[in-house]
Design a protein around this ligand. Sequence first.
Ligand code: IP8
Length: 260
Amino acid sequence: MPRLKEGVMNLVKVLKIGGSILTDKNRSSIARKKEIKRVAEEIAQSPEALILVHGAGSFGHVIAKKYGLPERFNPEGLRATHQSVIKLNELVVQALSEAGADPMPIHPFSCMVLKDGKIESFALEPIVEMVKRGLMPVLHGDVAMDITRGSGIVSGDQLVTHMAKTMTAKIVAIGTNVDGVIVQGKILSKISMKELPSIDIELGGGSGIDVTGGMRGKLLELLDLADAGIESVIFNACRKGQIIKALEGESVGTIVRRAT
Ligand code: IP8
């Protein structure tokens, strides 16, 4: 039996790797295999108490849009999108395991429900047990059942904030393909809810097709998390070495902090 890692739940780290890093966001279901391998190798160097979430990229957004999700309840669209994001998750899990980590896939569609687009409940026990036994849960943006709307989409960013809050994560790092929150050409070193109104117009939707709100959606999730007392960092995971730095709490990108 694997040894129970005492105290590990006090050290939980939640890392998200955006779908635009792992896939070509404009072309349906095209994985960037070299990038997946590089990202996996970096993550495998700092795997302790880590919960990994990855975006859906073109394995999710393009297909969801084609079927009119999340606005329409469409069983075929739900199934096709879910099966597609699972394929990306398999590639990530495989790369992590080849890099020497002990990843386990978690498909949110089967273990959570939304209410009005927000996470209402999530079966966290398996994730907690995995972390305690040294396994790395690997979750992804997914379609989900919604108790008021029928169905919806749960973004990787929602999963990150939900897990970071419920597990009081020590480190929350969001890897994107930009250097952080950029306003008037400059990377902000810090941002809080107070600054949001003045920069709102500049927050584009990100590149490619995105049904979950791009940088703006991401920031809103993280600002809420910051106001619940958990800081996070948005950084560029395309730059070699940044993932490890972010996981070790070094300064990379923009820190999302509580409004003072
Ligand atoms: O890429 C979106 O997750 P995200 C999930 O983390 C789907 O925003 C199915 C489009």
